[in-house]
Design a binder for this molecule. Sequence first.
Ligand code: FAD
Ligand code: NAD
Length: 152
Amino acid sequence: MDDRLFRTAMGRFATGVTVITTKINGIVHGMTANAFVSVSLNPKLILVSIGEQAQMNQLLKESGQFAVSILNENQEDMSAYFAGQIKEERTIEFDNFNGIEVIKDSIASMTCTVQNSVVAGDHTLFIAEVTDLRIQDGEPLLFYGGNYRNIK
Ligand code: FAD
Ligand code: NAD
């Protein structure tokens, strides 16, 4: 099967957009991800799927902890930046939530501890327990057909 056809079909599944953050030796790393799933209520588990080529993959294996920030409708630029699509280096002013940096003004942020990781093809599924979360007002940024959308 053609890769482009697969991506086009998967792109028909509209999602929100998150930025995953983790910290090792005081250095914060962020990455845009839409492969985010709410998995279990008891215990409270989520899943993120991270490509084997992404720096984040190795970093999560080392840190075992990360945060997920769900972006608001005005944060397209933040999504593109943490996907490596904007080449200039920026100094990002994060919020600190329970010791982990999260994206300011995201509509939900959560801190997570990795419980299990499963290699699946060219990605790793990180299944993690949500240790704390907070929600803030706002509408979500959407990703559909390879483009950003708003809910209205
Ligand atoms: P890099 O590409 O090295 O870093 C990303 C960018 O963030 C770089 O510009 C870097 O300089 C900057 N950066 C990181 N940390 C900081 C910091 N602390 N301060 C300032 N700048 C910083 N890939 C997946 O594997 N899974 C997904 O679910 C997924 N979903 C995506 C959804 C969307 C909408 C998009 C656009 C991309 C998605 N990707 C996904 C692709 C992924 O975001 C990119 O491949 C990304 O570049 C891989 O990140 P990396 O860890 O290799 O980090
Ligand atoms: P696109 O058309 O590549 O993405 C549409 C959909 O295809 C995505 O929502 C995702 O479900 C799927 N997809 C894309 N690349 C994938 C991959 N490598 N592995 C598994 N599923 C994938 O949209 P785009 O605007 O060209 O994407 C921008 C960049 O971000 C591309 O380089 C793309 O590969 C990457 N991306 C990766 C993932 C992922 O790894 N899960 C998800 C979204 C986007």
